[in-house]
Design a protein. Structure first.
Lengths: 362, 362
């Protein structure tokens, strides 16, 4: 593989801020949206980072995303709220809804917020890290367009529907769980197809619902498999997790759900037969530690837990056992020092965005 | 396999109530505990049902479980509480904590309760069905003694740590998610060893951390694998889920966590080096629907979701796609009509309990 060109995180962040401003976002929202987008690149989750800037711009340019949404609470109790995102970017709507969850936690001990009428919100981990930085246990989920088959099914019905939960620590960094509920990320299948490599069994099925190692089959009528991969290994559990996210974000949130969630980027609105809700749905939560335990005691217990689990005897061929969030922190340290490597196709897209917006890229 | 003797659900329930009363539980608690225990047998989750009655009696007889616990709130906010179970049976402590979560949801929109100093609480699904029957979205988790290795580890560090969430529906039955976070239940490995059968790859590792198909290896120094089974298939996600449960129930709850959780039944207290908290920990939650959406609209949307997912084109060799909770409901219909089949060893145990307590079994 040829060496990729790398770009400093700050350069990418500044570029995204100016592009979003040019696309009509208020300056504060542009910075917030750039923070989330570039956090993905910094943490090594390239599929959710700056490679999505061009599609976001197309959503804004075509009018299918609202650059200045009126994000509003449509129902609430002391500890819960339902939010309408007014068709804004998830990168703008998500932080406002997350802030509502955190404010409710401050007042009532916990806060739980559904969101409808939003778009993709970047990496779920961003939101729970924001909560952990404030000393809260943060939760974030989102549904997405269907790519994953239910257990026993032969058609994509659920998104990769991530679940993220973050816990503040003491001397240790926060514990950050951020996981899709499919066996593997869609991006890995796309890359294997591009490189002409077969993929492991357990990742995808073909259009007839048969397991296959051909990445092309998954992209032409097939589907990703839920976490667990096979009946024998408990793929009904991955299905349950994907369903949980869809039921909270889509059904409870009042957004579209299951097979009725529109793809992230299509050239025009497509007709899925009927409309069951508005846009993408999210679910945010925040729990105040002192509602359960002295926060200093909790932070010491989390540190103890992290150190105990890192000290687990490793299996053969494994250096050491990690704690949730460690892999992304390693990427973050590397990329903060050495920049973010971008594929030539992504750089080409950013040059197009630069031309279209008049914001210099380099 | 010889045909097993079956017993009517009502007979088992009545027997358990009288045994628990004889062991010193107040009558109301004895009925509550029997409801949960026998719900497992009725729903086909035999490992959590009446086969545990004898061990529960031994816990009570030896003084390691408190038949009349003073279950009390030790911290609280409008929507959260920390509960001390006073060493009671989880079957008694769990419902009281779950009731606190539901009452807080009535008042504040949601309720979230940690529990320390408890014991095993039966099937997690029982608690979320109780919430769904009251029109709430219910959550229940518990940690347990270590049987599952973390991703990359070669020692058991986490319990099978189940996650349950239940959603009330309209004309459809409630959607009930209730899943362990390991690839497979420990009981299936025990049964394979008893029958002298190999087990599929992806279930367990041996004491050196190598995958194996020998069930005996898992029971002699090995461990269960987390959901996902291998690095390639995302077993770090199963590890994350098991960790989530341990962090909420154990670390936040103030109970023991990870490798320091005591086994369910040991002949005496064992020394795990140090004590990091008290007893088993649970986590309960309840969300009021009308904090997010009109409840009638929500129930109609859940029904729509269930019907849409059941209509997914099935894979080859699959009759139809199910909705979470369907398999247990099928078992419930069968066992309500035909009784609960019990293995001879379980019947023998119940006869011993009968002799010890003077409660007639048949």
């Amino acid at each position: 593989m040829p060496k990729l060109q790398s770009f400093p995180v700050e350069q990418l962040h500044g570029f995204v801020v100016r592009v979003f401003e040019r696309m009509g976002l208020p300056p504060g929202d542009a910075v917030q949206a750039a923070d989330i987008l570039v956090a993905a690149d910094r943490r090594g989750i390239d599929s959710h980072g700056i490679m999505r800037l061009k599609p976001y711009c197309e959503l804004l340019r075509s009018g299918r995303a609202n650059p200045r949404p009126n994000v509003r609470v449509i129902r609430e109790t002391a500890s819960t709220a339902a939010v309408d995102g007014d068709g804004g970017l998830g990168l703008v709507v998500g932080p406002r809804a997350n802030a509502i969850a955190m404010a409710k936690a401050d007042d009532a001990g916990s806060g739980w917020v559904t969101v409808r009428n939003s778009q993709h919100f970047g990496i779920a981990g961003y939101y729970v890290m924001a909560a952990a930085d404030r000393g809260l246990i943060g939760w974030a989920m989102t549904n997405a367009a269907p790519q994953v088959a239910p257990a026993g099914g032969a058609a994509p019905m659920l998104g990769t529907n991530p679940i993220a939960v973050g816990f503040p620590a003491g001397a240790e960094p926060s514990v950050v769980i951020d996981m899709a509920t499919s066996a593997v990320a869609f991006g890995k299948v796309v890359i294997a197809k591009r490189d002409g490599r077969p993929i492991p069994e357990g990742w995808v099925m073909d259009a007839a619902g048969r397991p296959t190692t051909d990445p092309a089959a998954a992209l032409t009528g097939g589907a990703l498999l839920p976490l667990g991969s096979t009946a024998e290994r408990g793929y009904h559990k991955g299905y349950c997790l994907g369903a949980l996210v869809d039921l909270l974000c889509g059904v409870l949130g009042g957004a579209a759900w299951g097979p009725f969630v529109l793809p992230f980027l299509v050239p025009q609105r497509i007709n899925l037969g009927r409309e069951v809700g508005r846009g993408i749905g999210h679910f945010f939560g925040a729990l105040r530690i002192d509602g359960f335990m002295d926060p200093a005691e909790f932070r010491a217990r989390i540190d103890d837990w992290c150190r105990t689990f890192r000290a687990t005897p490793p299996a053969a061929d494994v250096d050491s056992v990690l704690v949730p969030g460690d892999p992304e922190r390693r990427a973050e340290a590397d990329r903060s020092a050495n920049g973010v490597p971008l594929a030539p196709a992504v750089v080409a897209d950013l040059r197009i965005v630069s031309e279209q917006t008049g914001v210099p890229f380099e």
